[in-house]
Structure formats: structure tokens, C-alpha cells
Design a protein around this ligand. Structure first.
Ligand code: CAA
Length: 379
């Protein structure tokens, strides 16, 4: 039995309410809060990026446990074409030099890809543990249709034998196709997206994955106690669930997985794992020994439907107090303040960068000189 032992989440210290964004853009706030199902989005300040978020998410997980022998860093917001972002995290967390580090990319699917690669690795090395960190900054641009579906965050999780949180089952349904629904050329720091097409492809991929998963495992919709979907915005998951449930009234099976994303926004590769943590930390029902269906979608595209069994010890490993404190302590900023941070973060790939004063988590991007990024723990 192999799966996820614990999940730790991190998101930056600033947020923008979507009502405030809607007012500034001259749009009815209900379009964002009802139409997209989103209330707020975390805002990246200039002294944070995918590395600082990843290190802050993983820090509580690596305390008091044996170091991982493999660190897989899943992201589509890479900060270097060559060097894996995980190497900086490896340094910041003081991991041993015997730990292998790799960056994995396939849009929002990358953390699930990492998980599926980690499982046979643990099977072959049953005493070893894998640290997976999904960390992303969803940027579409000021005034674009994608703007209200931005956000940022990191989810770190440990994959091991006899996990305390959720054991991943064998048998999944996959869907890969060459589609241009969402992409980011190397020189751009914002994504390009064919928004409505991307939502259609997401649902096409879901149906194809489900069909293969159901055929392989012989399971039906009713064999699953809860569902977690990739969460570009919460309404997308509700539409996906409606499609899978054939419009039966089963909103309760997905509702708790949406709570964190409604406040944080899209965190791309991390978002399915924000959803899983949100479900396990907020659903009052005891989910021990229950099956969760999970759908991961990465534009471009690769998608997978798979499942896991919640372990009887799962509540002991949850970090809901830390997560909820972190989310509720974020500072609300105005739309002009968000725009200023957005523009300044656009300079994070310049030759020289000296971030303005801002709050961070346990680590910060101290500056960039000659394209060399300098990260520091908070004193
Ligand atoms: N009150 C209530 N609802 C309203 C409203 C109002 N006043 N005005 C509009 N709405 C509703 C609309 O009816 C619509 O709902 P339905 O889809 O159920 O009809 C919803 O609000 C959104 O309205 P629009 O479709 O008009 O919105 P838009 O065209 O401006 O943009 C979007 C929506 C396409 C999702 C855009 O935000 C976008 O491009 N986002 C980025 C791409 C994305 O997230 N794609 C998801 C699938 S791809 C993926 O999952 C990978 C990933 O992470 C990116």
C-alpha cells in the first residue's frame, strides 16, 4: 500500500477580494462570485516566487521525519529553463546531497504525474520517501478574461509505503491529446489561453478518463464517497461533477473540496491537492476507509482519473489549523496595490532585481544579480 502520508499547503500573505476586482473592472461582482464561484485570490508579492512558496510548504513536513531520497518539483511557472527549482528548495531545507532532485512539467497535471512516478519508485525502494512539491503562480494579465482566475500557492506532500492519509489505488484512466487550449511561450510571464475551449477540453478529457477508469476497475460513480477535481476555479469542478454524476443532486460529494480554492484562486499544479486537503480537513463526516475519486487536468493536454482510500489515521496527520490560520491572516489589498505587485513580479526574470519591502513566509527572494537568484530564510 503506497500513497500520501501528509499534505502541507502554503500561499502568500496577500489577497485581493474578487468583488474589489470586479468593481475596478466595471463588471458585476456576481459574475466572479456566482458565475466562477470565486471569492478571493492570493497575490504574489515581489519577494516570493515558486521556490519560496515550495520551501515554505515543505518545511513543516520534513521536520521529525527521515529525509526524502527523491524530491520532485512540479510546476508550470519555472524560474529557469535549465536548473530545477527544487535545487534551491533542497538547499533551503538542508536536505542531504544523496537526495535526487528533478523538475516535472505538464501544466496542471505535473504533480499527479510526479505522484504516479513516485509510486513505483517507493514500490522498488519500500523504506524510502518521496517529497513532491507542486508550486505555481497563475498569471494571465491585468484586464484579461483569465484575470479573476489567477491565484498562487504550493502543496507539498510525502509519498511512502503505509501512508497515514490516503493510499492510491491501482487502475486509472488517462487522456492525452495535442490541443492548444492554454500555453506559455518561454519568453512570456503570463499564460495565453483559449478560455472557453479550455473548459470544453477539460470536460472531454474527464469523460474519456472516467470511461477508461470505469472499464479498467469495474467501479461505478456510487463506489466513490467523494470527488476532487482539478480546480482552475470552483465552478469548473461543479460543472465536471455535474457531468460525471449525470446531473444527479450530489453537490455534497464535492463541496468541501472547493473551499480553499474559492479563497486562494488557481494554483495550477497544486490545485487538485489544495482540493484534497480542503476536503479531508473540512468534511465533518469520518471518511476513514472511504474511496475518493480524483481528476487531474493539465492543459495541452494530459488528464487522469484515479482513486485513493482514506486511511483510518488520516485525521492525525491533517494540518487544518495551520492552513486556516495562514489563509485568514492574509492581508487584503486594493486593486491598485495588486496591480503594482503584479507588475513588479513581472521583473523577477530580469538580470537585476531588488524586490520592494513586503511580507513573506519562512523564505524570501532577497534579490537577483547577474540572473542569479538569492533566496534567504526569514531572519
Ligand atoms: N451573474 C452571475 N453569473 C454570471 C454573470 C452575472 N452577472 N455574468 C456572467 N456570469 C456567468 C456566465 O454565465 C458564465 O457561467 P457559465 O459558464 O455557467 O455559463 C460564467 O459567469 C463566466 O462568464 P463568461 O463565460 O462570460 O466569462 P469569460 O468569458 O469572461 O471568462 C473563463 C471565463 C473562460 C473561465 C476565463 O476566466 C478564463 O479564460 N480563465 C482561464 C482559463 C481556465 O481557467 N480554464 C479552465 C479549464 S483549463 C484548466 O483547467 C487548466 C488551468 O488550470 C488553466
Amino acid at each position: 500500500m503506497i500513497g500520501i502520508d501528509a499534505i502541507s499547503l502554503y500561499t502568500p500573505r496577500y489577497m485581493l477580494k474578487l468583488e474589489e476586482l470586479a468593481k475596478s473592472r466595471g463588471i458585476d461582482p456576481a459574475k466572479y462570485t456566482v458565475g466562477l464561484g470565486q471569492f478571493a485570490m492570493s497575490i504574489m508579492p515581489p519577494a516570493e516566487d515558486i521556490v519560496t512558496m515550495a520551501a515554505s510548504a515543505a518545511l513543516p513536513l520534513i521536520k521529525d521525519r527521515k529525509p526524502p531520497s527523491l524530491l520532485l518539483f512540479a510546476t508550470e511557472s519555472g524560474v529557469d529553463h535549465s536548473k530545477a527549482a527544487g535545487i534551491w528548495v533542497h538547499k533551503l531545507l538542508n536536505l542531504p546531497s544523496s537526495c535526487r532532485v528533478l523538475e516535472i512539467k505538464q501544466a496542471c497535471y505535473s504533480a499527479t504525474g510526479a505522484l504516479q512516478l513516485a509510486i513505483p519508485y517507493v514500490k522498488a525502494n519500500p523504506t524510502e520517501e518521496v517529497l513532491i512539491i507542486a508550486s505555481d503562480n497563475a498569471r494571465y494579465g491585468i484586464g484579461t478574461a483569465g484575470e479573476p482566475t489567477q491565484g498562487c500557492g504550493a502543496a507539498a506532500f510525502i509519498v511512502k509505503a503505509n501512508p497515514h492519509l490516503i493510499a492510491i489505488e491501482e487502475g486509472s484512466g488517462l487522456f492525452t491529446d495535442h490541443v492548444m487550449d492554454f500555453w506559455r511561450p518561454n519568453h512570456l510571464d503570463t499564460a495565453l489561453v483559449d478560455g472557453k475551449y479550455s473548459a470544453r477540453i477539460y470536460l472531454t478529457a474527464l469523460e474519456a478518463c472516467w470511461k477508461e477508469y470505469a472499464a479498467k476497475t469495474g467501479r461505478s460513480f456510487e463506489d466513490h464517497a467523494r470527488f476532487c477535481y482539478h480546480l482552475p476555479f470552483s465552478k469548473m469542478a461543479e460543472k465536471a461533477h455535474e457531468r460525471l454524476s449525470k446531473h444527479a443532486n450530489t453537490h455534497d460529494l464535492v463541496a468541501h473540496s472547493l473551499l480553499y480554492t474559492k479563497e486562494i484562486g488557481n494554483s495550477y499544479s497544486a490545485s487538485l491537492y489544495f482540493g484534497l486537503a480542503s476536503l479531508l480537513e473540512n468534511d465533518k463526516e469520518d471518511l476513514s476507509n472511504k474511496r475518493i475519486g480524483l481528476f487531474s487536468y493539465g492543459s495541452g493536454c494530459v488528464a487522469e482519473f484515479f482513486s485513493g482510500i482514506v486511511q483510518p489515521s488520516y485525521r492525525k496527520t491533517l494540518r487544518q489549523d495551520a492552513h486556516q490560520t495562514l489563509f485568514s491572516a492574509r492581508k487584503e489589498i486594493s486593486c491598485p496595490e495588486y496591480e503594482a505587485y503584479f507588475r513588479e513580479c513581472g521583473n523577477q526574470n530580469k538580470e537585476e532585481f531588488d524586490p520592494s519591502e513586503c511580507q513573506t513566509g519562512a523564505f524570501r527572494l532577497a534579490g537577483i544579480q547577474k540572473y542569479i537568484r538569492d533566496y534567504q530564510p526569514l531572519a
